[in-house]
Write a protein that binds this ligand. Structure first.
Ligand code: NAP
Length: 247
């Protein structure tokens, strides 16, 4: 694909779903900002892969739970590209346990990583999108944010919060032509689900109408659609990509 002259930032794009989203957007012609927190070598490899599709790439280390680091990252983006067209709030963590064993710290850390991070990044991004009167924000929530899950009170609360944030931001910025949508993955094969035991995975597959876990490209394809003008009349929506789990 030829370069689109559009810039997309994907948080937590050094691996997993974020990595696949970055690669798909690069294939589609977006210039890319790869964000990582800990592993620079892996993030730079993703950057090189994206560059091989003929787009410009910036790799930035920033902990998206920290407003100061997010602000510095956005300044770098604007210095390099002069604008930001697409923000994908993908960075996220889990710290699962039943609520009686869950510490307040484990609750807060997950909400901070999955929800407050999206607040920090969206707040910075809309400053630049408003000037251009266009933009697309895609939040990666989860089926668990729609349905709840035992052992994931922290994670499901953060992901349900992200859905509320998506709808409110969509209403707040529609008049500036900034669209805000969410993708709710079901169970996708990544390091995050790699922590689950084999017998749990087999039971899970039985409960999925399409009888398989999703792959990272299933999510990347939907994010790409929401990032591009193909979806220009869609805002405030939560789209499940879950093999039919949420029917
Ligand atoms: P993953 O493989 O664990 O990758 C998570 C990414 O987020 C990593 O690159 C990680 O970087 C980054 N990250 C975490 N905290 C960060 C922070 N504070 N600042 C910057 N980057 C940070 O997870 P995944 O499975 O790809 O999940 C990606 C997103 O999809 C998450 O929001 C997750 O909740 C959501 N999701 C996943 C599934 C699934 O089945 N896998 C289902 C529903 C929703 P470091 O490695 O450097 O920490």
């Amino acid at each position: 694909m030829p370069r689109l002259d559009k810039v997309a930032l994907v948080t937590g794009s050094s691996k997993g779903i974020g990595r696949a989203i970055a690669i798909k957007l690069a294939k589609d012609g977006f210039d890319l900002v790869i964000n990582y927190r800990s592993n620079g070598d892996v993030a730079r490899e993703v950057g090189l892969l994206c560059e091989s599709f003929g787009v410009k790439v910036l790799v930035v280390k920033a902990d998206v739970t920290r407003p100061d680091e997010v602000e510095a990252m956005m300044s770098q983006v604007i210095e390099e590209f002069g604008k930001l067209d697409v923000l994908v709030n993908n960075a996220g963590i889990t710290k699962d346990s039943l609520v009686l064993r869950m510490s307040l710290e484990d609750f807060t850390q997950v909400v901070d990583a999955n929800l407050n991070s999206a607040f920090n990044c969206s707040k910075e991004a809309v400053k630049y999108m408003m000037k251009k009167r266009s933009g697309s924000i895609v939040n990666i929530t989860s089926i668990v944010g729609l349905r709840g899950n035992a052992g994931q009170v922290n994670y499901s609360a953060s992901k349900a919060g992200l859905i509320g944030m998506t709808k409110s931001l969509a209403k707040e910025f529609a008049s500036r032509s900034i669209r805000v949508n969410a993708v709710a993955p079901g169970f996708i094969e990544t390091d995050m689900t790699g922590k689950l035991k084999d017998d749990v995975i087999e039971e899970l597959k039985k409960s999925i109408p399409l009888k398989r876990l999703g792959n990272v490209e299933d999510i990347a394809n939907m994010v790409s659609f929401l990032a591009k003008d193909d979806s220009s009349y869609i805002t405030g929506q939560v789209i499940s990509v879950d093999g039919g789990m949420n029917i």
